[in-house]
Design a binder for this molecule. Structure first.
Ligand code: NAD
Length: 340
């Protein structure tokens, strides 16, 4: 039997990396292709356990490089595309929006053109709830798939732009697709510039933990393994052309998250340092995932279980995050956070 080929873009990053491992283990009958440029956010050391598996393949390429992407698609003739590759950090988009447009918008368009040309069975575009803008603090309001797109940061604007291109390729050319919009992910291999791994790594090193503004902004946390299961379901069962929101029913203020990590590790809250707020900082994100639940998905992690396991993972995998927070990352950190 000819094996189906599944392309995972951004499979050296946090969520794409977890998805590659999940797919390689779950589907020996598929060939899984991890395509990644290996930017600062990508590393292959996370794939030691699967790198010798017969159904795992790595391709180094820039999704915005039209010639390289077309050549790969024509050679490999992928059946499915799951598109995670992106510039993903809001703070970096505020200081340098250009690369976000290049990778997230132009890169997605190149992938869409190549997918159209070879006629893929399904293109799953992994997007974010941030395209909907922000909610106020009323706990009865949620983002649904019908919420208008009102992105506020250069990052979310670039993701919303790519969502609209995916929609347009479906409407205009009939490209089979789904768009997923998820809330904030957490779990193993999360790059230490993001709130949870930043806090864990700094607390473990007895360093101050920067918290933006008053720390009251709310995020809705989704364990990365629950997210992988959602993408798997949408890839196989998603109704062509539909958008699905993915959320974990786990709303927490940033300050609550930081304090939970400190108390789990038995460290003092004196390490908290409030710093100048992020420009245009969205107040609250919260997802209504009913549509995806009706398709058969439900989150399996509550936040307490998930955060305890994640902290343990960072304790057990110090080598991985210590190599990341040395060198270039230190310079980024110092530039980014200025005390009030
Ligand atoms: P990440 O930054 O950890 O990983 C991104 C990966 O993409 C890296 O491996 C990087 O090397 C690769 N990449 C970047 N530019 C590339 C290019 N031009 N060509 C090929 N590869 C390139 O990101 P993540 O947190 O894993 O996010 C994955 C996807 O999920 C993104 O599309 C992001 O917008 C979306 N998302 C993330 C979250 C979250 O909480 N992390 C929430 C909602 C949506």
């Amino acid at each position: 039997m000819v094996k189906k080929k599944v392309l995972v873009t951004g499979g050296a990053g946090f969520i794409g990396g977890n998805f590659v491992q999940y797919m390689v283990k779950k589907y020996p009958q598929y060939d899984i292709y991890n395509l990644d440029l290996l930017t600062y956010a990508g590393d292959l050391t996370k794939h030691k356990e699967i790198e010798n598996e017969e159904n795992y393949h790595f391709l180094k390429a820039d999704i915005a490089d039209r010639d390289a992407i077309f050549a790969l698609f024509e050679t490999e003739k992928f059946d499915y595309v799951t598109h995670f590759a992106a510039e993903s950090h809001v703070d970096r988009s505020i200081t340098d929006p250009g690369i976000f447009v290049k990778t997230n918008v132009l890169g997605t368009q190149v992938l869409l053109d190549a997918s159209k040309k070879i006629g893929v069975t399904k293109f799953v575009h992994v997007s974010t709830d941030e395209v909907y803008g922000e909610l106020d603090f009323d706990p009865t309001t949620f983002f649904t798939e019908e919420t208008p797109l009102e992105p506020n940061s250069p990052y979310s604007a670039s993701k919303a732009s790519s969502d609209l291109l995916v929609r347009a390729y479906h409407e205009t050319y009939g490209l089979p697709m789904n768009i997923t919009r998820c809330s904030n992910n957490y779990g193993p291999y999360h790059f230490p510039e993001k709130l949870i791994p930043l806090t864990i790594s700094r607390v473990l090193n007895e360093e101050k933990v920067p918290v933006y503004g008053d720390g009251k902004n709310i995020r809705d946390w989704l364990h990365v393994i629950d997210h992988c299961a959602a993408i798997d379901l949408v890839l196989h069962e998603g109704v062509n052309g539909e958008v699905y929101n993915v959320g974990g029913h786990n709303e927490r203020t940033n300050l609550e998250v930081v304090k939970t990590i400190m108390s789990t590790l038995g460290r003092s809250e004196d390490l908290i340092e409030f710093v100048a707020d992020r420009l245009g900082h969205d107040k609250r994100y919260a997802i209504d995932p009913t549509k995806l639940e009706q398709l058969g998905w439900k989150p399996t992690y509550n936040f307490e279980k998930g955060i305890a396991q994640t902290i343990q993972w960072y304790l057990d995998n110090k080598d991985w995050w210590e190599q990341i927070i040395s060198g270039e990352y230190q310079k980024y950190f110092e530039k980014q956070y200025t005390s009030k």
